[in-house]
Design a protein around this ligand. Structure first.
Ligand SMILES: [Zn+2]
Length: 329
């Protein structure tokens, strides 16, 4: 059987959804399955959702004439902290009851094929490197702007894990050493300011301090209904407070990007997550601030661009993980 007739499965294990993709080695998606993680129903239930999802894409693959024998393996992109070499998830905040779970061992047994584990944000970075905004580059940094800020780093075409798989926590670049309290327990991390949660928190604080904004009308004074998306929408309409918040967010991101660009000299910095829907409203000032704060030689020629793979980046990168670990990519 030729090289092109080998297939891979990539699974993105999220706190809410599980996405599985059946792909060929060229990176084309052949089949897709998405289902709920059912995290609240416990670990066993979630594991059976994973195996159910993988079986579903394999079943669809069979209809395309793809035999299970031609599968190279399954890659799992999972929240962590985790150990990629041992295949163990130490802990996952969004998966209650998951402590020291030997997921690779469990799934290898249940699926009867090789299984590989990667951190979800690393997987997304690998996905964007393989088939998205970072293709044809060797060095990139991905920032995922969501409830928190996650990240992935590719150096010389390989995921950078660090000594024990904790690398690439770009959300915890400290931008104010005595600043806002972060979820990690320390103060002044980028995540505390520029995540979607940080944006909302800063906006609500400004409103409570008496700043006026169209937002209070939009949410009928229920400040708890303010979302990051609404802040950007109001900025688009020229709202003064929200425009200032958006500008300030871009500055914080620019500072964080400048720091990592100075250290790693990537060719491309990719921003992912809901916030990138703001397009130029976000990217234009982020590029300007990154340029202002970074070393000239480092930032010259760096592209700061939106992610291209959307919600499938993690699953595509998880599939790529199989090829990487087998030395085929
Ligand atoms: Zn932090």
């Amino acid at each position: 059987m030729g090289q092109d007739t080998k297939y891979i499965v990539g699974v993105d294990l999220g706190g809410t959804n599980i996405v599985s993709l059946l792909m060929n080695k060229r990176g084309e998606v052949l089949e897709r399955d998405a289902r709920l993680t059912l995290a609240k129903e416990g670990r066993e239930r979630t594991i059976s959702q994973i195996t159910g999802s993988v079986s579903a894409v394999l079943e669809k693959g069979r209809e395309l004439g793809i035999s299970p024998d031609s599968l190279l393996g399954v890659g799992i992109g999972s929240p962590g902290p985790l150990n990629t070499k041992k295949g163990v998830i130490h802990f996952a905040p969004n998966l209650p009851g998951w402590r020291e779970v030997p997921l690779v061992e469990i799934l290898t047994q249940k699926l009867s094929m090789p299984v590989f584990l990667e951190n979800d944000a690393n997987a997304a970075a690998l996905g964007e490197w393989w088939k998205g905004a970072g293709r044809n580059t060797s060095n990139l940094v991905l920032f995922t702007l969501g409830t928190g800020i996650g990240g992935g780093i590719i150096i010389d075409g390989e995921v950078f894990h660090g000594a024990w798989d904790t690398a690439a926590e770009v959300g915890h670049i400290i931008i104010h050493e005595e600043g806002l309290l972060c979820n990690c327990g320390t103060r002044g991390c980028l995540e505390a300011y520029a995540s979607a949660t940080g944006v909302v928190r800063r906006t609500v604080k400004a409103i409570k301090e008496g700043r006026e904004t169209i937002l209070t009308d939009w949410v009928q004074n229920r400040l708890e209904d303010i979302t990051c998306e609404l802040v950007y929408k109001a900025a688009q309409k020229g709202d003064k407070l929200c425009s200032w918040i958006v500008e300030e967010t871009a500055r914080y991101l620019g500072v964080g990007i400048a720091s990592i660009v100075n250290i790693l000299n990537p060719e491309v910095v990719i921003l992912a997550g809901g916030m990138i829907k703001a397009k130029d409203l976000l990217f234009k000032p982020v590029r300007e601030y990154a340029k202002r704060y970074a070393l000239k030689d480092a930032i010259e020629g760096v592209s700061i661009v939106p992610a291209e793979l959307g919600d499938d980046a993690g699953a595509i990168g998880a599939a790529a993980t199989v090829l990487k670990r087998k030395g085929l990519l």
